[in-house]
Design a protein around this ligand. Structure first.
Ligand code: ARG
Length: 572
């Protein structure tokens, strides 16, 4: 089906084109009328005529089928009110559309999304949360839009720490090390190695030598390295399952994957005349980047000690993703502190011709997760807070909340529900914050059944579903005619119809919080409707209509939440 927005937009576009080809109608849903077109002022400026005059001309030119009234307001805003016929037609079409009016794209793109990307052999901590949650929401939104998503979990699986980790593994004995790693004791393992490294000169020596052996490609050393990486990735998969994240073990394409491409990166940059020797390191100086003293800033590709750095790997990754994965779009969901790194990597990749103009390439940055004291979230002893513990705590609290609310199902379904609620609480709190901003990790607030929270939206959905469970007589969905006699009913219907443009607003700008805002608003529209309009106790056609509207609302909430990675249970 064609969404209401697209329908109106196409008609307005034709009228705008007739005045000046390509001018944007800037159509938006509006609180004042149903939709508002704000593009007239820019158009008037472009053609050098008075805006209100142009507005009236647009009204005359525009095919207004389905529009009950247009009103020219202020300096030239067009306020459109939809006709009852159009509303009915559009809502009826939604009844048969599982996509709630948002068609799949006609021109699918390949989108490579780099997210989660923790450093392995380190337990996941709260800092890894946002990339994982935001990246997964963007992956789901892209798949829904019809794009092909290639997820890249760019795990840090290479570099100097592996020297000491391998030596520690040998000290422990392979079997014991595997046993401890597979139980997720990554942090203890890492710390065990670290303590020895800092206190034992002999161990330090061995570790350094092991790094060299590892980098030289020694087969036995690589085998030991792989044990640590595989165990870490297996542990990651458990956490992803716990949080319902779609990343698989195949998506874990770590830094080491690019090792054999690094020499090529250096020699090709050299051949292109971009490589400069500076302090013994080989660097590229992309124009426009300077340090505090206004000196040109280098992107170090090969270090003085002949080792490759983080930037070299990312350059190889850009190349691989563009030429081997055929990416049309590259997204990097990584914290704001790495903004300059990515700006420089993208700039150098463009200079080298590895990143063609047509490929959209974006650092999807985000702020910090703060503790209750509004400082970086740390434990009392100053360590970073582990993710698994936080999720377990959220599940325990959600379960307690269900008990205190006298949840009626058995214990198994209660546990399952507690997991769903905990996931939604954590994910929604993260996603509903504008991503560049920091947010406070406050489990009580996140888990509240009231307010702008995940559980509140799940609860709104479950309430809608309970209407159908309580219904004793059947309803005939396909016979429903949407008359929308009550104001709150019409308001809710317009909310349902606005799903496609709300989705696109969030999707195109890579801002999941916009989808959250939409869903929260929709849930509130439903509450107002439900207070004002009897559903099950109304009769005949009115009952059918209201049930159909409830069904559409529930489906929209469920679909919208699923795109954020949140499951909407039937019952709560
Ligand atoms: N492992 C890095 C870190 O923990 C993040 C990697 C992000 N992705 C990338 N392609 N550089 O900081």
């Amino acid at each position: 089906m064609t969404s209401t927005y697209d329908l109106l937009n196409a008609r307005l576009q034709a009228a705008f084109d007739a005045v000046a080809p390509g001018a944007d109608p800037v159509l938006r849903t509006s609180e004042r009328s149903d939709y508002q077109a704000n593009g007239v002022m820019a158009l008037a400026k472009q053609v050098g005529r008075p805006p209100r005059e142009v507005a009236h001309e647009i009204v005359k030119l525009c095919d207004l089928t389905g529009v009950a009234s247009v009103d020219v307001a202020g300096p030239g805003f067009l306020n459109l009110t939809l006709s009852p016929e159009l509303l009915n037609d559009q809502l009826r079409a939604l009844l048969d559309d599982p996509r709630m009016g948002r068609a799949s794209t006609a021109t699918p793109k390949t989108v490579v999304i780099d997210y989660s990307s923790p450093n392995v052999a380190r337990e996941l901590h709260v800092g890894n949360l946002r990339s994982t949650i935001i990246g997964d929401a963007l992956a789901r939104m892209n798949r829904f839009a019809g794009n092909k998503v290639v997820a890249r979990n760019h795990v840090g699986d290479w570099g100097t720490p592996f020297g000491m980790l391998i030596e520690h593994l040998l000290d422990l004995g392979e079997d014991e090390a595997v046993a401890s790693l597979s139980m997720g004791e990554l942090k203890a393992f890492y710390q065990g190695a670290r303590v020895k490294f800092d206190s034992d000169e002999g161990f330090k020596e061995r570790s350094r030598a092991r790094v060299v052996t590892l980098q030289s490609g020694d087969v036995e050393t690589l085998r030991l390295w792989k044990i640590i990486v595989d165990q870490s990735v297996a542990y990651l998969s458990q956490i992803y399952d716990l949080l319902d994240i779609t990343l698989t073990a195949q998506d874990a394409v770590g830094e080491s994957y690019y090792n054999n491409m690094l020499d090529g990166v250096v020699s090709d940059l050299d051949r292109a005349g971009l490589l400069v020797e500076s302090d013994g390191a080989r660097c590229v100086f992309p124009p426009g980047f300077t340090n505090r003293d206004n000196e040109p800033l280098p992107l170090i590709v090969k270090k003085r000690d002949e080792g490759f750095g983080y930037a070299a790997t990312d350059l190889a990754a850009v190349r691989d993703r563009v030429s081997n994965l055929h990416a049309d779009e590259l997204l990097y969901v990584v914290g704001t502190p790495q903004a300059q790194h990515f700006d420089m990597v993208f700039a150098v990749a463009r200079m080298a011709g590895w990143l063609p103009e047509g490929v959209r390439c974006e650092h999807v940055s985000f702020g910090h997760v703060l503790g209750p004291d509004r400082k970086m979230f740390k434990t009392r002893s100053g360590e970073s807070v582990l993710l698994a513990g936080l999720v377990d705590e959220a599940i325990a609290r959600a379960d307690a909340a269900l008990v205190s609310r006298n949840f009626e199902g058995d214990e198994f379904s209660r546990t399952e529900l507690a997991v769903d609620i905990a996931r939604s609480a954590i994910k929604y709190a993260d996603l509903s914050t504008e991503r560049q901003r920091d947010y406070v990790f406050d489990l009580d607030r996140m888990l509240a059944f009231e307010g702008d929270t995940g559980p509140y939206l799940q609860y709104a959905h479950a309430r809608l579903r309970s209407i159908f469970r309580r219904s004793t007589s059947p309803w005939n969905e396909n016979e429903s005619t949407f008359v929308l006699s009550a104001a709150s009913e019409r308001h809710l219907a317009l909310g349902v119809l606005a799903f496609p443009e709300a989705f696109d607003l969030a999707f195109v700008s890579l801002q999941p919080h916009r989808l959250c805002n939409y869903l929260f608003d929709l849930a509130q529209r439903f509450t107002s409707f439900y207070e004002a309009c009897p559903v099950l106790s109304s009769e005949g056609k009115l009952r059918d209509e209201r049930l159909a509207l409830c069904d559409l609302t529930a489906r929209t909430l469920s679909l919208g939440l699923s795109l954020l990675g949140i499951h909407a249970p039937e019952q709560m």
